[in-house]
Design a protein around this ligand. Sequence first.
Ligand code: PLP
Length: 386
Amino acid sequence: MPTTEALSAETADASRFDGNLTELEYLALASSFNLADGHARQELTPGQSKVVGELPGLWAEAVMRPVDEIEEEAHRAFFHLLGQKSYPGADGRVLACYSSSVAMEIFARALVAETDTIALVHPTFDNIPDILRGVGLRLVALEEDVLHGGDLPAELLAEVGAIFVTTPNNPTGKVLSRERLARLAAQCAETGVVLALDTCFRGFDVAGQYDHYEVLEASGCRWVVIEDTGKLWPTLELKIGWLVRSANVGLPLAKVYSDILLGVSPLIMLMIKGLAEDAADGGLADLHEFIATNRALVRANLDGIPGLTFVDPDSRVSVERIHLGERLAMDVWEKLRAHNVYLLPCAKFHWANPSEGDHMLRIALSRSPVSLDVATRALRDVLLGE
Ligand SMILES: Cc1ncc(COP(=O)(O)O)c(C=O)c1O
């Protein structure tokens, strides 16, 4: 397990932490009260357990059958589950990657062959700006209010070669509406700017499940979408990030893909297919109810604490942000750490202006209700004990 060099000693001064969000997530991995990372860590449902119980049979099936057949069945089950009926599944425009970060790295490496500047939604999960900067791209912040408010300014479109939007966004839960996507895609089509979407959290919110590919294909713009199975189900990091592209994208995505990997295990593909079928059979609705119940539990446990507010009242994604009023998130994080409870301070989500997140914490909701209950009661005690 990686360590966090920036904050490995018990006595380290948390207020001077300068690492990234994933480094803070490493610190939480061994704790039973890890509410830090956004990965799913709750118990398997009976339907999901059945799929896991079938793994030896799926292994035998994966050995026997052609991999392209398995791959097509897996992405069809997953994309159709989430309303993406118009995705281009039949003509090799869907690349399976080990994770969405790998898909992101491939996209970034292919994009930098064409442009040196990209607009990125602000705030968002910091490994997205880190990967984009890692290949040498210059980032221009695209504030959520501007993105959702109406057409993008012509000067912004003239300045960049691509626009990257996380929808639903992590950590805010904001979803790009069908109307806004259509306008954004039309503006990108007019200007030749590549439109890239990270839809890793769309499984949690039906508002993000209209057919994006129908809108994108109709626009004629150059587009890339990163889909992800990794946030939905508690699959112990077994997941697929799918990199999908328009026929006219004009970026060397397949070439960079071939520089990095041959393909994802057909065993994982069959598992994803089974989980997607279970989800279509009622599991997804159950998951939405599970997250909503956990969100209500968090809000009830933290109700009435002076100065505390819930930042994203309409969010449906599997994380919940709280604003701590005058308190600094890193101070609260450090006090909670003494109780072995881990949340995520939000500064680094604000990749262009970290101080905007200094007073916010993010709580992961894909957890067992018991650990969520204990951890948020500890948070309440810490906040009231000041
Ligand atoms: C919006 C978003 N995209 C991509 C990722 C990367 O996912 P992974 O670590 O599975 O590659 C994350 C991680 O939390 C994320 O929040």
